[in-house]
Design a protein around this ligand. Structure first.
Ligand code: C5P
Length: 294
């Protein structure tokens, strides 16, 4: 069996405060996009669990979130005898704020729940995922969601209206998540256009993705811009090239612009590629009601 596992973008990211458990409370819209890894899964009745990735910067075996997710799943189901060989074909860059490892873990929880015939409900898969990493609960249902808490409170959203094209730009460096959370300046804001927009989205359960690109705020952006001056130049290039809004995903370093016109997005991608950056054009992955795609 081969399944897809999608990158996620943070369409804005507010850090609300530090929690007693050392993690931070967040407020964000998570959006899956069609930049994907492939997971080739062979169920192993012999009970061995093996995970092999095709890239040197992605660990094989127990160091991979896929291994940890599969192992936690079989332990939760009290079936340590179950096994699988998972081979990962990576396309999502690592350390870029695109949640590639978490996405792989979420996808494997759903796939093995089915292949091992465990029949655990999605909420339980998300709870297992939350023990593996903060972004994994979202990846179990995917699509578009309002995400709060440490990442475990996931409200699936319905997309209304047209979908943007997102142009992802790799600025050429990666950011360590724990460092970013440890260094971010937490401002206690409960106002502003982005927060107001999120409040209306929470109440309606719907989001018009083209409507708020201009207002997105990522609290990590000042930190990353201060350290890497190229970030501001890339964001300005995206906006000057016709993006309706430009920001950063997660704690960085992937930057993106949202466009309404595919041709303008392609032209912007050529401009950034000519400046030496690797880019990806993607569209939102829709999973109505937060259900896994077939
Ligand atoms: O859960 P995950 O492994 O993705 O988190 C990596 C690091 O990011 C944590 O060790 C923590 O320092 C930080 N983090 C946080 N608050 C969150 C998510 C992550 O402080 N909500």
């Amino acid at each position: 069996m081969t399944i897809h596992s999608y990158a996620k973008l943070n369409l804005g990211l507010k850090v609300l405060g530090k929690r007693a458990d050392g993690f931070h409370d967040l407020l964000s819209i998570f959006q899956e996009v069609d930049l994907q890894d492939d997971l080739h899964i062979d169920v192993d009745p012999g009970g061995d669990l093996s995970v092999i990735a095709d890239r040197d910067d992605v660990p094989d075996g127990p160091g991979n979130l896929v291994y940890r997710a599969a192992d936690a799943l079989r332990l939760r189901a009290k079936r340590p005898d179950l096994g699988a060989l998972v081979r990962i074909t990576k396309r999502i860059p690592s350390g870029g704020g695109l949640g590639g490892g978490s996405s792989n873990a979420g996808a494997v929880l759903c796939a093995l729940n089915h292949a091992w015939n465990l029949r655990l409900p999605e909420a339980e898969l998300a709870a297992i995922g939350g023990e593996i990493g903060s972004d994994v609960p979202f990846s179990v249902g995917g699509g578009t969601a309002l995400v709060t808490g440490r990442g475990e409170e996931v409200q699936p959203l319905k997309i209304v209206g047209d979908s943007p094209i997102y142009l992802l730009v790799d600025p050429g460096f990666s950011v360590e998540t724990a460092w970013a959370f440890g260094s971010v300046n937490i401002k206690l804001t409960s106002e502003g256009p982005y927060i107001r927009f999120l409040n209306s989205v929470r109440a309606s359960g719907e989001v018009a993705l083209l409507d708020f690109l201009e207002t997105v705020e990522n609290d990590f952006l000042p930190l990353i811009c201060a350290r890497y001056p190229s970030v501001q130049r890339i964001l300005s290039t995206l906006e000057d090239s016709g993006a309706l809004g430009a920001s950063m995903s997660g704690t960085g370093a992937t930057l993106y612009g949202g466009f309404s016109d595919p041709q303008i997005a392609e032209q912007a991608s050529l401009i950034l590629e000519r400046l030496g950056y690797v880019t990806h054009l993607c569209t939102p992955v829709r999973r109505p009601g937060g259900q896994p795609d077939p």
